[in-house]
Design a protein around this ligand. Structure first.
Ligand code: KG4
Ligand code: ZN
Length: 351
């Protein structure tokens, strides 16, 4: 099947994403025109458990998959027979969740007789700041900040990635979610902390900025939640509850400062003119402001994934698949498995 279609740039892809707790389907055309981007969230199912329960997630994906695909087709006014490609996330993520979208995608591709592209979730995030941009994917430093990953990548073009650094322990999203849990906020904690922080004093409490001057491009966030736990013990229940917004603002400020300083240092050290930011944490309002002002000051071109394509979505999977297809990469073998630990494919190993 690979190579049977003329690579004209007008192809339409149906993409599926089920790596964690969002069931998502999108229809993307050409060089990144989003015709539909449907996301069905499972937050209400997992909230009583304080985090994602894998078995519940896969069962919810199984229930939501067909309605979500139907909605994406209806919204885009595209019929199954009009599709040129099918794409689905192959990893990283929860195995039982990945299997639902991946199997649905392969089945559709087989029955329609069109190529199937298995897409790396991290590559989807990495390229998402360029979706719909007239100039396409541009070289720069990629900052991926999500619930499972925090990494800095030298991005030279589609498929040309060098890892600069990554977190040694918790991801930035985990730091938000674990900190919020300690503060008694509902899951997922990141958006809730963001909301409360707007009403708090970011200088009220001093949290560590681990590895901010480490001279490399790695991160460490696990000490942050430990210092929050000690602080909460010291303050006592009554005081910390009355100062919840200040605690959120101060804790968030530490994450934001670390991410901003390390991202700008990576841009400086590579000499690249651009910073491309993606992943759920890039929805954080304080981070967006901090990166915008730091990049303005340093003369760095900042590209951020649009809010609805920062958290998990299928539009970024469809976009990555179209770019692969158009650059002549062969379609994926339908016998390939998913991989919960799939790493970002690197063209150059090591920093
Ligand atoms: O990219 P994503 O949807 O899923 C993964 O690939 O992990 O990212 C989810 C993460 C969660 O940790 C969530 O708390 C965080 O993104 N997040 C935020 C905000 N919105 C989502 N963190 C801070 N502020 C936000 N506004
Ligand atoms: Zn993600």
């Amino acid at each position: 099947m690979p190579g049977v279609l003329p690579q004209t740039g007008g192809e339409t892809v149906l993409a599926l994403e089920t790596s964690c707790d969002e069931t998502a389907a999108a229809v993307v055309r050409g060089t990144g025109e989003i015709l539909a981007n449907v996301v069905s969230s499972q937050i209400a199912v997992h909230r009583p458990h304080g985090g994602v329960v894998p078995e519940l997630a896969s069962r919810e994906h199984n229930l939501a998959m067909v309605p979500v695909v139907r909605r994406a087709l209806e919204e885009s006014r595209v019929q199954l027979r009009d599709l040129h490609l099918i794409a689905a996330t192959a990893g990283p993520g929860l195995a039982s969740s990945l299997l639902i979208g991946n199997t649905a995608g392969k089945t559709l591709a087989l029955s329609l007789g069109v190529p199937f592209y298995a897409v790396n979730h991290l590559e989807g995030h990495l390229l998402s700041p360029f979706i719909g941009e007239a100039d396409g994917v541009q070289s720069g430093v990629g900052l991926i900040v999500s619930g499972g990953h925090t990494m800095l990548v030298e991005l030279r073009g589609v498929g040309d990635y060098r890892l600069l650094g990554a977190t040694r322990d918790d991801a930035a999203g985990e730091a938000f979610d674990k900190g919020a849990k300690l503060l008694g906020l509902p899951y997922p904690g990141g958006p809730e902390m963001d909301r409360r922080a707007r009403f708090g004093d970011a200088c009220a409490f001093d949290f560590p900025r681990s590895m901010v001057d480490s001279g490399d491009h790695d991160f460490s966030f696990s000490g942050l939640k430990t210092s929050l736990r000690y602080l909460l013990d010291k303050l006592g229940a009554e005081e910390w509850e009355s100062r919840l917004n200040d605690l959120c603002a101060s804790y968030q400020a530490a994450i934001v400062e670390i991410l901003t300083r390390k991202a700008l240092a990576a841009v400086r050290s590579t000499g690249l003119p651009r910073l491309a930011v993606s992943g759920g944490v890039s929805r954080n309002s304080a981070l967006r402001e901090s990166l915008a002002s730091a990049c303005r000051e340093a003369g760095v071109d900042l590209r951020m994934a649009p809010a609805e394509m920062a958290t998990d979505n299928a539009a970024m999977i469809g976009y990555a698949a179209l770019l692969k297809y158009r650059s002549g990469q062969p379609a994926s073998d339908l016998s390939l498995d998913i991989d919960p630990n799939l790493p970002l494919p690197l063209s150059v190993e090591g920093p």
